[in-house]
Design a protein around this ligand. Structure first.
Ligand code: SAH
Length: 213
């Protein structure tokens, strides 16, 4: 499988769909138009790669729906050079989109098989993250903290304190919180270190795993 003008055409259609669903950030749309999502999917789903749908990847996990990736990326308000921590590398798609938007991306994944696969996937499409590793999102990635932005791509039962701690003053954390359905929360730490929170609609993610070896 390669990236061809046909795939590019399908991506442009996907971008139009995202615009019709309310995505406005030009940088997000540019990144979605450029990342070859079909190369990150299991081959059985390759032909559906540019539908606005989530698909299974290995280990019972999913690649997020493009709309969800676009929505979370837009909420983050990525600026060139932002240092971003992603929780839940999965296929590597969200990380690739953030990288294309100009962020310096650090991503951790709780399932070893997936983190190894994501590394291969990202290499295949020529994207080098600052860091892609095995780790637990409840603890964040203190080694490289603090971050301008943090994005969680699995359903969190609560907002882990470590993630708030690892956010820079002026930073933004986007995290889906809840069990069956999640509320997309945007948490902002102001320059004085005070926290404010707002809600941005219902989404459905796979659960953020707890107490896994
Ligand atoms: N961002 C991914 C979406 C993957 S789905 C993409 O674009 O494809 C959510 C991912 O979070 C899964 O791969 C899952 O294994 C991972 N995950 C679940 N619990 C986690 C935890 N506690 N820490 C880090 N990653 C976790």
């Amino acid at each position: 499988m390669r990236d061809t003008p046909k795939h590019q055409g399908l991506r442009n259609q996907l971008v139009q769909t995202l615009i019709s669903k309310g995505i406005k950030d030009k940088n997000v749309l540019m990144a979605i138009a450029r990342i070859p999502r079909h190369l990150l999917l299991e081959s059985a789903f390759e032909h559906h790669a540019y539908q606005d749908k989530a698909f299974p990847i290995s280990a019972g996990q999913t690649i997020s729906q493009p709309y969800t990736v676009a929505f979370q990326s837009q909420l983050l308000q990525i600026k060139q050079g932002d240092k971003v921590l992603e929780i839940g590398t999965g296929s590597g798609y969200q990380a690739a989109v953030l990288h294309k938007m100009g962020a310096r991306v650090y991503s951790i994944e709780r399932i070893k098989e997936l983190y190894l696969k994501a590394k291969q996937n990202l290499e295949k499409i020529g994207i080098r993250l600052k860091y892609a590793g095995y780790g637990d999102g409840y603890k964040g990635l203190p080694l490289y903290a603090p971050y301008d932005k943090i994005i969680v791509t699995a359903a969190a039962p609560y907002v882990p304190e470590a993630l708030i701690e690892q956010l820079k003053p002026g930073g933004r954390l986007v995290i889906p919180v809840g069990n069956d359905m999640q509320d997309m929360k945007l948490i902002i730490k102001n320059d004085k270190g005070q926290i404010s929170e707002s809600s941005h609609g219902s989404f459905m993610f796979v659960p953020m795993l707890q107490n896994k070896d």
